[in-house]
Ligand binder design. Structure first.
Ligand SMILES: NC(=O)c1ccc[n+]([C@@H]2O[C@H](COP(=O)([O-])OP(=O)(O)OC[C@H]3O[C@@H](n4cnc5c(N)ncnc54)[C@H](O)[C@@H]3O)[C@@H](O)[C@H]2O)c1
Length: 373
């Protein structure tokens, strides 16, 4: 039996980590600020009585010191996630808190033996591409003018021809949103300061994660939440670009197993691992599967719009984590059925409207229209 702190333990993924730790017989403490955009109704009922709960901010030295005292290990999942341009908040929450956490361990000589922290696939930006003539390259964001013309695929910067997307391994990163930059900073702080002071840390770059408890209040709404809301309200889901963007969705249960394995496995120390679904699925296929989980047929609207800053294809190579014996086990169909069955039991689910978030994203130029639409 060990004692673990889970920051962000009232959130979607953190709460499932908490449940798994309790089930395995560990002692658990949660530090969570109950961020209003995620938890407008306060502390969720699913937060277990058996876990000690501290409401506090990971940027607050006193709350952090109090939460870390007496713990053997930390799962750091608290994070600021949004599409809005308050860039400094991303850095304050996501990059400063890891530095503070290491600082407190060193300064207060806390007996923390290991840290497992949540990073993200977003650090890859557009990922890796191959041009038949000019080889492998790591593009920046697709230019706005190209998107306005409705040309969605990534082009070789040398010959301008469409390039082929590649599975994204852990080596090359290209973070270009405030969120991705802040998460990459967190990796550097945990791994490099951790190594320097002999505090083993493991970073997990999750792909888009799905399952029950995924907050449907937050404006940082993944495609699953937005499509679900449209289906629930009888509206046709709006698909950006041409719907052929590829992602490798993963279920929260598989992410939880990766967290526990990373904490247990000594060979994972000071390393970064992709945690993805292992299958490339395009947005239309995803919508079909989601509509199926609602018992309906998908009727997407291809509006010709795009969200500036979205990546075209993002599919992680998961062979490194497979090397530790991990494998994603929950299929997309099963994952979506579990999500939908949970969602339908939530009293608020039908009344949530994305209209405001959607309008704000349009006003701020996050959502735009290409000429092809
Ligand atoms: N959900 C995904 O698809 C996904 C993908 C990649 C990475 N991640 C990462 O996984 C982690 C968990 O994400 P999630 O989807 O469960 O998000 P979530 O929003 O459901 O949970 C995050 C929790 O952190 C808390 N929190 C936010 N700011 C805080 C602060 N300053 N101090 C203390 N607590 C704070 C929130 O109240 C919330 O309970 C995050 O680090 C996120 O960046 C998530």
């Amino acid at each position: 039996m060990s004692r673990y702190l889970v920051t962000g333990g009232a959130g979607f993924i953190g709460s499932h980590v908490v449940d798994a730790l309790l089930l395995a017989g560990h002692e658990v403490r949660i530090l969570d600020s109950l961020q209003p955009r995620v938890h407008p109704r306060g502390k969720p009922a699913y937060v277990p009585e058996d876990a000690e709960f501290i409401q506090g901010d990971v940027r607050d030295e006193h709350a952090m010191a109090r939460s870390m005292k007496g713990m053997d290990g930390i799962f750091h999942l608290a994070a600021y996630q949004d599409y809005m341009p308050d860039f400094s908040t991303f850095l304050h929450v996501n990059a400063v808190s890891p530095a503070l956490l290491i600082e407190l361990i060193v300064r207060e000589r806390l007996g923390i033996e290991k840290i497992v922290f949540a990073s993200t696939q977003a650090v890859y930006g557009e990922g890796e591409y191959l041009c038949g003539e000019h080889g492998v390259f790591h593009p920046g964001p697709r230019p706005l003018d190209q998107l306005k013309e409705g040309r969605w695929e990534t082009l070789c910067p040398q010959c301008g021809r469409e390039a082929e997307w590649q599975l994204t391994g852990e080596t090359a990163v290209s973070p270009y949103t405030a969120y991705a930059i802040s998460k990459y900073c967190s990796e550097l702080a945990f791994l490099n300061l951790g190594r320097r002071y002999g505090i083993p840390a493991v970073g997990l770059r999750y792909s888009i994660t799905q399952g029950p408890r995924n907050s449907f209040y937050n404006a940082y709404s993944g495609v699953c939440r937005i499509f679900s809301q449209r289906i629930l309200s009888g509206a046709r889901p709006i698909v950006f670009e041409d719907g052929k963007q590829l992602r490798d969705y993963i279920n929260v249960e598989d992410v939880v197993r990766a967290n526990l394995l990373a904490m247990e496995a000594g060979e994972a120390d000071y390393r970064i691992f992709n945690v993805g679904g292992g299958k490339a699925i395009n947005v239309i296929e995803f919508l079909d599967a989601l509509a199926g989980a609602f018992g309906e047929a998908a009727e997407p609207v291809l509006s010709g719009e795009f969200r500036y800053g979205d990546t075209r294809h993002t599919v992680s190579d998961i062979s490194a984590l497979r090397g530790l014996g991990w494998e994603p086990a929950v299929s997309l169909k099963e994952s979506l059925e579990r999500y939908v069955s949970w969602l339908l039991k939530q009293p608020d689910a039908r009344s949530i409207r994305y209209v405001e978030a959607d309008r704000e994203m349009r006003e701020r130029g996050v959502i735009r229209k290409g000429s092809a639409g």
